[in-house]
Design a protein around this ligand. Structure first.
Ligand code: NAD
Length: 471
């Protein structure tokens, strides 16, 4: 079993306490996660603050090159990291390799982005230039669904723009992040990227820490509200990427067999543990049964098992808490008139396995419709009036993504524009890319990631206003 340590100032640091990280496929311990003390968090923040003094001054070209080095380091260790990720997160090895591929690609692309100075005015009176400066020490708090890719989404733009970072992964999946940060530290100056692990308390200490100037947080709405509240004392800059309950609206002109595979992919990718997964499907009465039949056909045929076993296409849910939540939503749906079309039976343990489950006759008011299930359950809701379906789709406090499915992309786009969501997809659900801003509206978040707009969130604006004459 490997020995894991915090990564502070480029070195592995031991802790006095640790806890066992559970493999969700076997319920056995993968390794011991170090528990950082408050003093060790202070040391990590101090190391980042020291490193900021020089990193914020290095040339833009050097920081861009660092992103390329990070990408190369991740790519070189992708197999090792993917195996560890599968062991602690549960996803099939192919899914872990996909995540590592995404992490490397995002790191590399972020290196190519830049935020050049903007001349706002240049006339006989004055020259006014808008510049962007790094903020300081960035605290990154990540969830467990895509722990490595999300960590890269957080810290690489921070580093690209001259900040330094302290990263805290979820207690459910800390080991692969510790190892990835150790690897990245081989190509960065000490202190630029630090990693601390522990329980949820550590996240709260970070949000309260006066030495951290910005928090980038990805996680649940409930925790996001706590982050915002405790960051207020030091008025930290915040980017919050929070939960969603994305609706998909099918229009009456679709061919059920054509759209079903895309809908299933959008709902069940990463076992449904995707912030912007399709979590509620609205289907017109005229094609309801025909589409349900095709959805079942598209959902079947996979192999559920340990993600390290060859041939596994669906792993377990990532942790006991999530498993219990999904099982409780399934039980509630069954008890309240939900018609299970496939899946729906929880196998005997060990492991937190829930099969792909499609629930017909779902309605607003059922927990599986109103709450973010974050698992492989898809409720299918019948509608007769499109305006009413749109109103239901927009009727929750969330607004991360949404999709519309139709054989007429123009008609679908007009409906998509009426969705209250940060992203509205047509005839697909979920694709994201490093050049396209991504974020939520309403309670799904504040700010965006990716693209120039995402990069700008790691900077503050300074205006240089130069009078042309001293008089
Ligand atoms: P979570 O909110 O339970 O935990 C997220 C992180 O916050 C963890 O690292 C946790 O240790 C930490 N944390 C817990 N309490 C804290 C506190 N009081 N202060 C500071 N940090 C604290 O979320 P999760 O269960 O790990 O992740 C699943 C959620 O994340 C889902 O709701 C999902 O939709 C959301 N998510 C959103 C996006 C997005 O981009 N919008 C992406 C992925 C996941």
């Amino acid at each position: 079993m490997s020995e894991y340590g915090l990564i502070i100032n480029g070195k592995k640091v031991a802790t006095t306490e640790s806890f066992g990280v559970i493999n969700p496929a076997t319920e056995e311990i993968v390794g011991q996660c170090p528990i950082a003390s408050r003093g060790q968090l202070d040391t990590a923040v101090d190391a980042a603050a020291q490193a900021f003094k020089t990193w914020s001054k290095v040339s833009d070209a050097e920081r861009a090159a660092a992103c390329g080095k990070i990408a190369a380091a991740i790519n070189a260790h992708a197999d090792e990291l993917a195996t560890l990720l599968t062991q602690e997160q549960g996803k099939p090895l192919g899914g872990s390799k996909f995540e590592l591929g995404g992490a490397g690609a995002w790191a590399g692309y972020t290196g190519s982005l830049s935020l050049p100075d903007k001349v706002l005015q240049d006339d006989e009176k004055s020259r006014i230039v808008q510049t962007r400066k790094p903020i300081g020490v960035v605290g990154s708090i990540t969830p467990w669904n895509f722990p490595l890719m999300i960590a890269i989404w957080h810290v690489v733009p921070a580093i690209r723009t001259g900040n330094t970072a302290v990263l805290k992964p979820s207690p459910s999946t800390p080991l692969s992040t510790l190892r990835m940060v150790e690897i990245i530290n081989e190509v960065l100056p000490p202190g630029v990227l630090n990693c601390v692990t522990g329980t949820d308390d550590l996240g709260q200490w970070m949000t309260e820490h006066p030495g951290i100037s910005k928090i980038i947080f990805t996680g649940s709405i409930q925790t996001g509200k706590k982050v915002m509240s405790s960051s207020a004392a030091s008025l930290k800059r915040l980017t919050l990427e929070l939960g969603g309950n994305d609706a998909g609206i099918v229009l009456d002109d679709v061919d059920p067999a054509t759209v079903a595979p895309g809908i299933i992919h959008g709902a069940f990718m990463n076992n449904g543990q995707v912030c912007a997964a399709l979590k509620r499907l609205y289907v017109p009465e005229s094609i309801y049964e025909a589409l349900c039949e095709q959805l079942v056909a598209a959902a079947k045929g996979g192999t559920m098992g340990n993600g390290l076993d060859e041939g596994t296409t669906q792993g377990p849910l990532a942790n006991k808490m999530q498993y219990d939540k999904v099982c409780s939503l399934l039980k509630d749906a069954k008890a309240n008139g939900g018609r299970v079309l496939c899946g729906g039976e929880i196998p005997e343990g060990p492991g937190y396995f829930v099969p792909f489950t499609i629930i017909a006759d779902a309605t607003s008011g059922m927990r599986v419709v109103d709450e973010e299930q974050f698992g492989p359950l898809m409720p299918v809701i019948k509608y007769t009036d499109l305006d009413d379906a749109i109103a239901q789709a927009n009727g929750l406090e969330v607004g991360l993504g949404g999709s519309v499915w139709s054989s007429d992309p123009d008609r679908a786009s007009a409906v998509a524009a009426r969705l209250e969501s940060g992203t509205a997809w047509v005839n697909q659900h979920g694709p994201i890319s490093p050049n396209v801003p991504f974020g939520g509206v309403k309670c799904s978040g504040i700010g965006v990631e990716f693209g120039e707009e995402g990069l700008a969130e790691y900077t503050t604006i300074q205006v240089l206003n130069i009078a042309k004459s001293a008089a």
